[in-house]
Design a protein around this ligand. Structure first.
Ligand code: PLP
Length: 369
C-alpha cells in the first residue's frame, strides 16, 4: 500500500473501547456482551475489531456466515463465535473451526445434526433462534415439541442458548409491537423443557434494544451498530464515538462557467461561476449514486460541499465555490463530528448500509490497537 493513500477508512479502536464501555454501563455486570462483527465488522476491519473486543472482555462474537467465522479463527480469535445464518454446505467447517451455529429451521437443524453425528461430536454447542415477529429466520413456538424430541434422541448437540431478534427496537412508536415480541420470547423460554441438566441462556436485544428495553436483557445482549458509534437515536448517538472515518483528498479543481455541465450524462449544469473539486472516490468504493444530485455532502475545512451531478465509479465531484481550499486538501465523508447516519439519511438510507458498503478497495488504517 502507498504510504499516504488518497482515500482511506480510518479505524479508531479507542472509539470502540469507549462505545464498549458505554454499552456495558447500560447492562447488568453479569449480563454477557456479544459483539456483532459480521460484514467485515460493519464495513470496518473484522480482524482488528474482533481482537480489540477480545481484549476488552467481550463474551461472544457473532458473524452472519460461516466463512466470516472461519476467517476470524484463522486470525487467531479464540472467543466463542456465533454464526447467525449458517448454510447447509458449511456445516463441517463450523465444527472444524469450533464455531457455534444458530439453528433456525428444521432443515438447518437436521443438516447440522447429521454433520455433528458424522463427525462423532458429543454435546456440540448450538443456539436456537426463534421467530417472534420479524419473520426473517427462526423456529416458531410450536416447533418446541419437535426440537425436544430431536434433542432427546441424540447426545451430539447441546443447546447453549435460546434467542430471538427484535424488528423495531429503535422505533418507540412501535413499542406495543416490541412488547409483544418480548412476551412471545418469554413464553418460549418458559415452555422450554431441557432434556439435559444445564439450562441454556437467553438473549434478545440488539443495540437499540439495550438503550430502549434494558429490562429485557436476559443473559446476554448482541450489539453491533452501537459498538461502531451509532444507535439509531440522536440523543444516544451523542454518547458514542464513530469508529470509522472516511476521508479522501481533492484530485483536481475546476472553475466552471455559467451553463457548463459536470459529469456523465450532463448530471449537473452550472447556473453561474462555480468552483468544483474532483475526488478520487466513487460508487465502486461505496459512495452510491443515490448520494449524487446534491443529496450527499462532504466536509472540507469543516464546511459542507454538496455532491453535484452523478457519482462516477471512481470519482465524485463536489461544489467548493464557498470554501477556500486547494488540490490535495483533505475531504471528509463521515467520522468524528460528521455523522454517517446524517449522510446516509440525506440519501434515504441508514448508517448500516453506508458503513457496510465501503468497499474493500478502500484501505483501512487502524489506530489504537
Ligand atoms: C446484526 C444483528 C444484530 C446487531 O444489531 P445492531 O442493531 O447492529 O446492534 C443482533 N442480532 C442479530 C440476529 C443480528 O442479525
Amino acid at each position: 500500500m502507498a504510504e499516504n493513500p488518497e482515500t482511506v477508512l480510518e479505524i479508531d479502536l479507542n472509539a470502540l473501547a469507549h462505545n464498549y464501555a458505554v454499552l456495558r454501563s447500560r447492562i447488568r455486570p453479569e449480563t454477557r456482551l456479544l459483539g456483532v462483527v459480521k460484514a467485515f465488522a460493519y464495513g470496518s476491519e473484522a480482524k482488528a475489531i474482533a481482537r480489540k473486543l477480545e481484549a476488552l472482555g467481550a463474551d461472544y462474537l457473532a458473524v452472519a456466515y460461516t466463512s466470516e467465522g472461519v476467517f476470524l479463527r484463522k486470525a487467531g480469535i479464540r472467543l466463542p463465535i456465533l454464526v447467525l445464518h449458517p448454510q447447509p454446505d458449511g456445516m463441517a467447517d463450523i465444527i472444524e473451526t469450533c464455531l457455534e451455529p444458530s439453528l433456525y429451521s428444521p432443515r438447518i437443524f437436521q443438516e447440522f445434526l447429521k454433520t455433528a453425528q458424522a463427525m462423532k461430536q458429543k454435546r456440540y454447542p448450538v443456539h436456537l433462534k426463534f421467530n417472534t415477529g420479524l419473520n426473517r429466520l427462526g423456529f416458531r413456538a410450536h416447533d418446541l415439541d419437535w426440537i425436544g424430541s430431536q434433542l432427546r434422541a441424540t447426545d451430539a448437540l447441546e443447546v447453549r442458548s435460546l434467542f430471538s431478534h427484535l424488528a423495531a427496537s429503535d422505533d418507540l412508536d412501535e413499542r406495543e409491537f416490541t412488547l409483544g415480541q418480548l412476551k412471545a420470547f418469554e413464553g418460549i423460554v418458559k415452555n422450554w423443557e431441557y432434556p439435559f441438566e444445564s439450562r441454556p441462556f437467553n438473549h434478545l436485544l440488539n443495540t437499540s434494544g439495550v438503550f430502549n428495553y434494558p429490562g429485557a436483557q436476559w443473559d446476554m445482549v448482541r450489539t453491533g451498530i452501537g459498538l461502531y458509534g451509532y444507535s439509531n437515536d440522536p440523543e444516544t448517538d451523542s454518547l458514542l464515538k464513530p469508529v470509522s472515518r472516511l476521508r479522501t483528498r481533492i484530485s483536481q479543481i475546476h472553475k466552471i462557467k455559467a451553463g457548463e455541465w459536470v459529469g456523465y450524462n450532463k448530471g449537473y449544469q452550472s447556473e453561474g461561476l462555480r468552483v468544483t473539486a474532483t475526488l478520487p472516490i466513487g460508487h465502486a468504493d461505496g459512495i452510491g449514486r443515490h448520494y449524487g444530485q446534491g443529496k450527499g455532502r462532504v466536509y472540507i475545512q469543516g464546511k459542507p460541499a454538496p455532491i453535484i451531478g452523478n457519482v462516477c465509479m471512481d470519482m465524485t465531484m463536489v461544489d467548493i465555490s464557498d470554501i477556500a481550499c486547494k488540490e490535495g486538501d483533505e475531504v471528509v465523508f463521515f467520522g468524528d463530528g460528521i455523522s454517517a447516519e446524517g449522510l446516509a439519511s440525506r440519501a434515504n438510507t441508514i448508517s448500516y448500509e453506508l458503513l457496510t458498503g465501503i468497499s474493500q478497495r478502500v484501505p483501512r488504517v487502524i489506530s489504537g490497537a
